[in-house]
Design a protein around this ligand. Structure first.
Ligand SMILES: [Zn+2]
Length: 215
């Protein structure tokens, strides 16, 4: 799991409330600023996507000299002694060990995101998740056997395989790559992230970015 081991990346994932006094607080500086701080993508020194943190934590990393700001979104953060542009992408100065990631949680949200919020049998908006091979027939609760589906298909299929129900899957359900979890956790994304995520998501998964709310 991601939280195994205490690394700098793990520290970066902590809630911002753990920071000490003197941390910068958001303070709009111009009328053009966006009202809501965007989540920040943290890259390892090698440029590999590592974590997503809130803006306040990102500022602390930047002010503390642990990371460089690679992209900023024009929102100014101020503390009594420092004014800094809020980052959307940070790069750590020092390479940190990436915790070994097992298969991340098979949440409904993650399955919907992977499947583009579409029923994998008929293409209608997804409302449910379905075990391709039903659990009652020995099907596993695993990425390769779970798909987004609409209620109608799910109800029609019941405890049958797709073939038995006369269904055809629109694609082979696959395990998402590790960088996908950053998106699931972030919930919303910045356009600035795309070039840094693309090499780790590949063509098949980079399209996920287009399905997410943009900050
Ligand atoms: Zn359907």
């Amino acid at each position: 799991m991601r939280r195994s081991g205490r690394t700098e990346a793990g520290t970066a994932s902590r809630p911002a409330g753990a920071d000490g006094p003197g941390a910068a607080t958001p303070a709009p500086a111009t009328a053009q600023e966006r009202p809501r701080p965007a989540p920040v993508l943290v890259l390892n020194a090698s440029m590999e996507p590592l974590a997503v943190v809130d803006a306040r934590r990102a500022i602390v990393l930047a002010i503390g000299g642990k990371a460089d700001i690679v992209h900023e979104n024009g929102v100014a953060f101020r503390s009594p002694s420092v004014t800094i542009q809020a980052p959307t992408v940070l790069r750590l100065h020092r390479q940190v060990r990436v915790p070994r990631r097992g298969r991340a949680g098979l949440s409904r949200r993650a399955v919907f995101l992977r499947d583009g919020h579409r029923c994998q049998y008929c293409g209608r908006p997804a409302e449910d998740v379905d075990h391709v091979v039903p659990r009652s027939r020995g099907g596993e609760h695993a990425w390769e056997n779970v798909v987004a589906s609409c209620r109608r298909c799910n109800g029609h299929k019941q405890d049958r395989t797709p073939t038995e129900a006369g269904f055809e899957l629109s694609g082979v359900p696959r395990v998402p790559p590790p960088a996908f979890w950053l998106l699931v956790r972030a919930g919303r994304v910045s356009h600035d992230w795309r070039p840094y995520l693309a090499p780790y998501l590949g063509d098949r998964w980079i399209a996920t970015l287009d399905l997410m709310p943009v900050t």
